[in-house]
Write a protein that binds this ligand. Sequence first.
Ligand code: AMP
Length: 427
Amino acid sequence: MSFLPLGLSDEIIRAVTERGYTIPTPIQLESIPAILSGRDLLAGAQTGTGKTAGFTLPILHQLSDKSIKGPSSGRPPIRALILVPTRELAAQVEESVCDYSKYLKLSSMVMIGGINIKKQISRLRSRVDILVATPGRLLDHVQQKNIDLSNIQVLVLDEADRMLDMGFIRDIKKILKLLPEKRQNLLFSATFSNEIQLLAEDLLNKPVMIEVAQRNATADKVTHIVHPVDRERKRNLLAYLIKENRWKQVLVFTRTKHGANKLAEYLVANNIPSLAIHGNKSQSARTRALAEFKTGSLQVLVATDIAARGIDINELPHVVNFDLPSVAEDYVHRIGRTGRAGAEGDAVSLVCVDEHKLLADIVRVIKCDLPSMVIKGFEPDPKIKAEPIKNGRSSAPRGVTFKPRTSKGRRISKSAPKKSTGSKHRY
Ligand code: AMP
């Protein structure tokens, strides 16, 4: 089925066609008519399913339907608010909004921290129909009375589970109080914990429910492999694998920001162009690293889970878990970056003796065994004992209360590692 029967305007179809989409994805097939009908929506969908277009296209259709024609007839208010957990995701979503609305008289803005607030204030003085924001910076503007949210017609909470994991629930509640009561609410989440269900009950009015098949780590397009290795030799093994296999574009996950920095430095010292992205890097450094990686001029991007969340890189061939994630379901999110759009990919995990329990948790979550292969010359030393793992998520994002992932009702909380007593960074 093509996009035509979905009832979107010609301008939107034209933009979508130019982007190369001919067939709507399953989430788009369901979400577009539901949103156009004006109903609230509860959608279970991860990055990679086409969810962004799934909510953006009908919103653009609705706003352009009712829009006051042309900017000359006065400045229309902000009518759609898309809240997302991370800066990268915000930038990506706004880019898509821009692209899909290129034949419409609608204007969008991205509002994220790490960027000069004055520029955002001056941008707010001109027309903004669709605002894509992270909660913290939006509230900064609210506090400074730079923004009026009283005309919002559609609210999107994208990656709502991540927003809760990152401790944004209070911020979200504050924002909800600023919105008009009569509005359409769209909630997208990859997982449905009790917390998400509570939020959905609070927020949504008789929602249409959609759940598309999770992109899970057992997708046939992805080859998984575990390489057992000693913790101190992981970086040597990674450099070896990159060189030996001539990997051109590798996304590497570390557990800590410090670990990401150290690893990128090590790889650079070994003539492998690498950069780290994480929450302590400036927005411009993160954007630059991501852009270089996307264009292929940067061979390795080392990222923490939160920084990498929502990164959309088409056909990423290699994902490496330098550290296994401390929350088993993050394995699925990480691997969701490879083998996309029909391309093949591989997911390589470097696993040391400390991580055996994490590996068992992952196998349980993804419900399939991960093949293991020792690389010659990197055989683990059986005399090395396991050490406790430091959880890299101990520092809260600025301005928000960090809520550990052991929140009630989250299935994965049972397997989350206890906070370690050892505080030394290993890498
Ligand atoms: P998302 O889940 O929104 O992050 O989208 C994942 C990727 O799928 C993005 O690269 C989109 O550009 C792409 N995409 C979205 N909708 C379609 C479609 N109907 N056909 C092909 N690609 C799509």
